[in-house]
Design a binder for this molecule. Structure first.
Ligand SMILES: Cc1cc2nc3c(=O)[nH]c(=O)nc-3n(C[C@H](O)[C@H](O)[C@H](O)COP(=O)(O)O)c2cc1C
Length: 438
């Protein structure tokens, strides 16, 4: 492998039926059975055939609402978040349907007690033979707070304070059984050594957990905070960081910052933190075919729906499609609950001179993720360059269409990356932590 002994990492992001492309659910190439077990199991097996490190399930705990608390736009237009199967249920299904690929599930530190988080994820870790990861989110909306019996979502700083305490407790629960505590000595009649099973510190739980450690010890920690506090949280805890950079320079800056903070502020080995960039590939057998596919995706976008969704996102009563997008974003600062996401919308809109209509279409097309369009060789060139220039340790592949975008990537781009020696040809380890170390 050229950059170092380590290879590129790939994660497939799965949140049907909306995907990062808003019209996925209306596209004839997309499967419509997204609530079935077969849909998720087939997808996981496709990604495993492509030697992906991990399949990842996003989540939120409410149907997204506008500023007036109305969810009509989201429901009518299949807005992102209109549908979410429980990620732990999907993770357990994938554990049984596959044997090597890692499995990432999102669980919120603001609304799920640490004991429940520790048990759910370590259960998936056992059932999968050490392949689970926890995507740590703090949640962002009042709608989620209200579904869980709270009036409003706490401010970002408070959410991260709680997240620090929750993660600390979850790790202690995972480690409440020392690695060799389960002795299973049938002759001596000792099931487990009670002296090696412990309570936990702090006030959020008492322990011990009802589970011993797994084949990889405990689930991998991953996180996607982009605010300054979010980056600090990543530097402290995360083994995998999800990021969205709108240029190679921005990607490199973020990766360097997180690695530096991990080393300087938390005494961690920066190579234990893999920063993965979200990208949306549109793959054709030739560049021209890929461009035609992209044109087809854009042509299917319904502008009134896209504008309604953007207005919902920004909590705006109505938006002037011809106005500069930067003005609309400035007028609705803070609406999304995510500082980092709003900074990125602003930066991209400014750089590309977007009108509100342009921003609505881009959001409907790829949610502002960098879009890679071309033949397998063209896309492999871009990924390889980002990887080798240390802008990313790997990528979160955001599909436009389920399952065809993943099939195109696995059939076309993965063999190209393998030929170049930057991506594994076969799994060498059994656990997710071993995949990430390779
Ligand atoms: C690739 C990616 C996946 C994410 N998945 C989720 C998710 O499933 N659920 C969620 O509530 N937030 C998710 N987020 C949002 C982050 O958890 C975080 O709130 C956001 O990046 C803003 O960071 P900040 O909270 O530090 O401002 C995701 C972000 C990224 C970049």
């Amino acid at each position: 492998m050229s950059r170092s002994a380590r290879g590129m990492h790939l994660v497939g992001m799965v949140n049907p039926p909306t995907s990062q492309y808003a019209e996925n659910w209306r596209n004839p190439l997309s499967r419509a059975d997204w609530l079935s077990g077969a849909f998720t199991a087939d997808l996981a097996r496709t990604l495993e055939r492509g030697c992906f490190d991990m399949i990842f399930f996003a989540d939120a705990l409410a149907v997204p609402e506008d500023g007036a608390g109305d969810y009509g736009t989201t429901i009518r237009t299949a807005g992102k978040g209109a549908i979410y199967l429980d990620p732990i249920a999907k993770a357990a299904l994938v554990a049984g349907a596959t044997s090597r690929i890692g499995i990432g599930a999102t669980v919120s530190t603001s609304f799920v007690p640490p004991y429940a988080i520790a048990r759910q994820l370590l259960s998936v870790d056992h059932l999968s033979g050490g392949r689970a990861a926890w995507n740590i989110v703090t949640s962002t909306t009042d709608a989620e707070a209200r579904n869980l019996g709270q009036e409003r979502i706490a401010p970002s700083g408070e959410r991260y304070d709680r997240a620090d305490a929750v993660v600390q407790t979850v790790i202690e629960l995972w480690e409440s059984w020392e690695p060799d505590a389960l002795v299973h000595d049938q002759q001596a009649g000792v099931f487990a050594d009670a002296a090696r099973v412990h309570r936990v510190t702090g006030s959020l739980s008492r322990g011990p957990l009802t589970l011993p450690q797994s084949a990889q010890g405990h689930p991998v920690l991953m996180q996607a905070g982009s605010s300054s506090r979010g980056r600090d949280f990543a530097a402290r805890w995360a083994e995998v960081v999800f990021a969205i950079g709108d240029s190679p320079e921005a990607m490199r800056e973020l990766r360097t910052e997180i690695r530096d903070r991990a080393r300087l502020d938390y005494g961690r080995d920066p190579d234990e933190v893999r920063v993965l960039q979200g990208v949306q590939p549109v793959v054709g057998w030739t560049d021209a075919e890929a461009e035609a596919k992209l044109a087809g995706l854009i042509a299917q976008i319904d502008l009134p729906s896209a504008l309604a969704k953007l207005a919902r996102l920004l909590h705006a009563a109505a938006l002037d499609p011809a106005a500069p997008a930067t003005e609309a974003l400035a007028a609705h600062r803070g609406a999304t609950g995510s500082v980092g996401f709003e900074d990125m919308l602003m930066a991209v809109s400014e750089r590309r001179g977007f009108t509100v209509a342009d921003l609505a279409i881009e959001q409907a097309l790829n949610q502002l993720h960098p879009q890679l369009v071309g033949s397998p060789a063209t896309i492999a060139d871009e990924l390889q360059q980002l990887f080798e220039s240390e802008a990313a340790d790997g990528f979160i592949i955001m599909p436009a269409l389920y399952h065809s975008s993943f099939e195109d990537f696995v059939n076309g781009v993965v063999p190209e990356l393998q030929r170049r020696g930057v991506f594994r040809r076969a799994y060498t380890g059994a656990t997710l932590r071993e995949h990430l170390a390779g």
